[in-house]
Design a protein. Structure first.
Lengths: 310, 339, 357
């Protein structure tokens, strides 16, 4: 877990920068992802978690800050060869299993797209062979190759999306809410598949979601985002046991669990950003309250949290 | 709830192992989008009938002028102003060559001592209207098809570039479109005809010069919609080139809309050509088009209604057929657009 | 308990290009006064269609009642003329939809939208209706209701819009409120607020709620009773405790064990294999058998009837037949059953009352 695979440094992504309609989708966030781990990014809709994923994979140009992959900057002017190698190492799985597959293409061609772009296969026979292998990896079979996306169920489509990402042998996969559009019984299938693939191929994941129970299950470390800022980051275990930032606490207390007895006694703690009462000269920074546990807080809060932990 | 005590043999309650792979099997036959659309289109009777009618009309437009061996521009004043006379049907009391002459109903073929049959009659210059009708249909269809083709090519390219590249390119291109749309089409056309020699080329250019704008707007909107979809993003993260994204992902998805829209462009081009010819700035005699034929017929409508009847019928059927096919295609290709 | 709505043996089909889709294949349930009945199931299980058929919101041209009746207030809603239905909709039975963004009219001030059902169903003056509307908006927690009354939907956040939708639904004190995934489109924290609001309101106005959702956490939070739907049928129905702590149907087992729990460390999630059945050609027998590791021979031949587990608890699985072999549910289910008095795995201290054998 020691080797940093991805470093995000002071990343900023402003839409309509400089105009009155400016939106600070990502407002100065920094985190690292280590090789072989799953980093979960949670937050509510509009908090910038998906934008973060898309900016990392160059779907958007960053406004400021940098993203280093294996020590190499992802953004800025790059040679075609560099871009290609990045595209091959970094892949993405999308949220909507209905919109993420081209309805006019056969599954065979959808999965083989990466193979074609990167010239990974020599002829049509090898191409088909490789696609069938990928289909089997994700629990489908060769009969599915000649079909069109609309013939599949949501879970099957999501697995086709995973096969497409796997085709180029990536090291790092950004999963952008891969299960939130799926039925409960299917979510487990996809999550198990992602876990198996990680073990088998040593993949690193950035897992973006709003469903905290799944994120906790799949992630090693979790970052919590609120309005473009990372407010807390810790190992999954630590975050659930000792949530420090009031927003994290409120988020955790809001999740309903499939347990009626617990539900009857669950008390929700609401979060109001004004409760911090930060003074004008207080520095609100990302600080390490415990080893590997970071919280966005002021000096005063920092001291308080430290005492709470002891 | 009441079946609780039903007697069932115990061996029925053996556990079985289900091959869970079977749950992944898809039983439906695999259908591509186009096969699926065809199945839907086939159930639309109006569209199918229209297609058959249209094919017949196109066939007639191609072979019709050669069917009776007469040329459309040979004048035979001795045979002028003959009403329709069709062998076989003449005995039924219609199309028997009877017309009005000096207030009396007479068989004009006998009066003028004509032995031949003019199926759709002749005009004031003695030209065979049957041949002229199909020649005219041919030219009208030709103009419409070429104009529609130009619309598609320019419209898709312009709208596609504007939508796909967006930003400043889009801004500039859309301002140009807005200026073009501000100029009344008819004025542009009249100016065009003044500069150029009236004829097929002039008409085609006149129709296309502003006709592509509608198509370009539709294509631009579609491209804008699709380029943000996740399957296009996925392709981008795989490193696809612009070329690949446009040809493999965007064009196949907007093709349906383009086809539907073309189906409505063709009849409006036919109509516009007819309109230009009718007001006299389109095709010039002796060339025939549905518009000039209707113009000719309109002048003698009271005495020789048949001169107007046949071209008017053909243009109406063409318009209806194209529109019904367009409607049918819209329902088949894009079920969501129905309401 | 007073039954306010009875659905008896309902069967409904859609006619599509591909053929007849049997969306509901014999659904029966009762709704009691003042309770919240949650209907759980995956997409395509028929849960939404069931409630839409109660409201008769399905397109008349493509849907068809094949069998059964929906009894409300002595009337069978399946055969009521449209004019009769209009008197019931929004007055006796009202509905909240999933997407608060599209269920409000964007060009009408929200106050007017709340007033609409009041003016339609009750003989009151405009001034009185306005008063009631403001009262309702206050009740659902819209601050400053007198001022915001004149605002348009886009000036509200998603959560507030759902509150307004609830206010509209409550305008005529309906006897039944149908909520079709009302929190699915909302964030967790907003969802929690809306759920609290709905429970709160139910206490105040004493309406019965049918709550459709696929989220078992939400079910555990709001429901008094739960009906689990699969493949167009109800496979298990019982009180919320019975369903969560003593489930009997393998599908319910699968659903409950496929959710990760926040405090248990599981190596692998239990996943139900395969995909939901295609109701164009529904499988013979138990629709779930093809995905179940507990399938019996008879499951493939004959659909199971409802077996009674307790006074309130029924499940449609052959496993409950006296001739059926005893099977071990998944480990997480046994964990759950251990806490339920009356289940066969109960580990309580009240002697030999536990266990059914």
């Amino acid at each position: 877990m020691a080797e940093k695979l991805l470093e995000v440094k002071n990343l900023k992504q402003y839409f309509n920068a400089g105009k009155p309609s400016e939106v600070k989708a990502i407002d100065d966030i920094s985190f690292d992802i280590y090789r072989g781990e799953t980093f979960g990014l949670v937050g509510e809709s509009g908090c910038g978690k998906s934008t973060t994923g898309r900016t990392i994979i160059r779907l958007y140009d960053a406004t400021d800050g940098e993203v280093l992959y294996d020590g190499v900057s992802v953004h800025g002017n790059k040679s075609k060869a560099d871009v290609k190698s990045l595209n091959q190492k970094m892949q993405m799985i999308f949220q909507d299993p209905y919109a993420s597959l081209n309805p006019r293409m056969k599954v065979l061609d959808i999965i083989a797209e990466g193979l074609d772009i990167h010239g990974l296969v020599k002829n049509a026979k090898e191409r088909k062979q490789k696609v069938i292998e990928l289909l089997e990896t994700v629990g489908l079979n060769k009969e599915h190759a000649e079909r069109y996306p609309h013939e599949f169920s949501g879970g099957q489509r999501q697995r086709i999306g995973i096969a497409r990402a796997l085709a180029v042998n990536p090291e790092f996969i950004i999963a952008d809410e891969p299960i939130s559009a799926l039925d409960v019984s299917i979510q487990a299938q996809v999550v198990n598949l992602l876990r198996d693939l990680q073990k088998e191929k040593g993949l690193t994941y950035l897992f973006i979601a709003h469903d905290l129970s799944m994120v906790k299950y799949i992630s090693d470390r979790i970052g919590v985002m609120y309005f473009g800022k990372l407010v807390e980051m810790a190992t999954a275990e630590e975050l659930y046991k000792n949530p420090m930032h009031p927003y994290t606490k409120s988020l955790l207390s809001a999740i309903p669990l499939p347990d009626p007895i617990y539900e009857r006694s669950r008390v929700r703690t609401p979060y109001n950003p004004d409760d911090h009462k930060y003074g004008p000269d207080e520095k609100v920074e990302f600080r390490e309250v415990a080893p590997k546990h970071f919280v966005l807080c002021s000096d005063k809060e920092f001291e308080e949290m430290k005492t709470q932990l002891k | 709830m009441q079946l609780d005590k039903q007697q069932l043999p115990p061996e029925k309650f053996e556990r079985v192992v289900i091959d869970t792979d079977s749950a992944e099997r898809i039983s439906k036959p695999s259908l591509s989008f186009w096969q699926d659309a065809w199945l839907r289109l086939r159930k639309n009777k109006a569209a199918i009938v229209s297609m058959v009618v249209l094919v017949l009309l196109v066939l007639m437009a191609l072979v019709g002028p050669h069917l009776n061996g007469r040329s459309g521009d040979v004048q035979n004043l001795r045979h002028a102003n003959l009403p329709p006379k069709i062998p076989g049907i003449e005995k039924l009391g219609i199309f028997n060559g009877v017309g009005e002459l000096g207030g009396q109903k007479l068989d004009l073929y006998e009066v003028k001592k004509v032995d031949e049959y003019y199926w759709f009659g002749t005009d004031g210059l003695g030209r065979d209207l049957f041949t002229r009708l199909w020649e005219g249909t041919q030219i009208s269809l030709l103009i419409a098809f070429i104009a529609a083709l130009i619309d598609v090519v320019i419209g898709v390219a312009y709208g596609g570039i504007s939508g796909y590249f967006g930003g400043r390119t889009d801004d500039v291109m859309q301002r140009v479109v807005e200026i073009l749309i501000g100029i009344p089409t008819l004025i542009v056309v009249i100016l065009m005809i003044l500069i150029m020699e009236p004829g097929i080329t002039a008409i085609i250019i006149a129709i296309s010069i502003t006709g592509w704008i509608g198509m370009s707007r539709i294509v631009r909107a579609q491209i804008l919609k699709f380029k943000g979809q996740e399957f296009v993003l996925a392709s981008r993260t795989l490193g696809a080139s612009h070329n690949r994204i446009i040809t493999k992902h965007l064009l196949p998805n907007i093709l349906g809309i383009v086809i539907i829209n073309t189906m409505f462009t063709i009849p409006s081009a036919i109509f516009f050509e007819a309109f230009l010819s009718f007001i006299g700035i389109g095709l010039q005699p002796p060339a025939a088009s549905l518009g000039t034929l209707i113009n000719d017929g309109y002048k003698v409508m009271e005495f020789q209604p048949y001169v107007l009847l046949f071209p008017a019928l053909v243009i109406s059927i063409l318009m209806i057929a194209f529109n019904l096919i367009g409607d049918g295609l819209r329902d088949a290709l894009d079920p969501k657009m129905k309401d | 308990m007073e039954k306010i709505l009875q659905v008896i043996d309902l069967e409904l089909s859609f006619h599509t290009f591909a053929g007849e889709v049997k969306a509901i294949r014999g659904v029966s349930f009762d709704l009691h006064k003042g309770e919240t009945l949650a209907i759980v199931g995956e997409s395509g299980s028929g849960k939404s269609v069931t409630t839409k058929s109660i409201m008769r919101l399905l397109p008349e041209t493509s849907s068809e009642f094949k069998n059964g009746e929906i009894l409300f207030d002595g009337k069978d809603l399946t055969s009521l003329p449209e004019s009769g239905m209009q008197k019931i909709r929004g007055k006796d039975i009202s509905m909240i939809f999933q997407d608060p963004m599209t269920s409000l009219n964007p060009t009408m001030p929200i106050g007017k939208q709340v007033m609409e059902p009041i003016l339609k169903h009750q003989k009151v003056s405009k001034a009185k209706a306005k008063e009631v509307a403001i009262e309702l908006l206050k009740m659902v927690g819209i601050p400053n209701a007198e001022v915001r009354y004149k605002m348009y939907p886009h000036q509200f956040s998603g959560g507030q819009r759902q509150r307004i939708v609830i206010a509209i639904a409550l305008a005529c004190n309906p006897k039944i409120l149908i909520a079709d995934e009302p929190t699915t489109a909302l964030d967790v924290t907003i969802q929690a607020q809306i759920l609290e609001l709905m429970k709160d309101i139910q206490k105040k106005v004493d309406t019965s709620i049918i709550f459709i959702t696929h989220d078992l956490g939400v079910v555990a939070n709001v429901a008094d009773r739960v009906a689990v739907m699969y493949g167009g049928r109800i496979v298990e129905v019982g009180t919320v405790d019975e369903i969560f702590y003593n489930p009997q149907h393998p599908y319910t087992w699968g659903l409950l064990s496929s959710m990760p729990s926040l405090d248990l460390e599981e190596e692998r999630l239990y996943a139900i294999p395969g995909t939901p059945p295609d109701l164009l050609n529904p499988p013979v027998g138990d629709a779930f058998a093809l995905r179940s590791e507990y399938a019996l021979k008879i499951d493939l031949e004959q659909a199971p009837p409802m077996f009674q587990v307790s006074d309130t608890h029924y499940a449609a699985t052959w496993l409950l037949h006296p001739n059926a072999p005893k099977v071990e549910p998944p480990a997480t289910i046994i964990e759950r059953m251990k806490t339920f008095r009356g289940s066969r795995y109960y580990e309580g201290t009240d002697g030999n009352l536990g266990g059914e054998a």
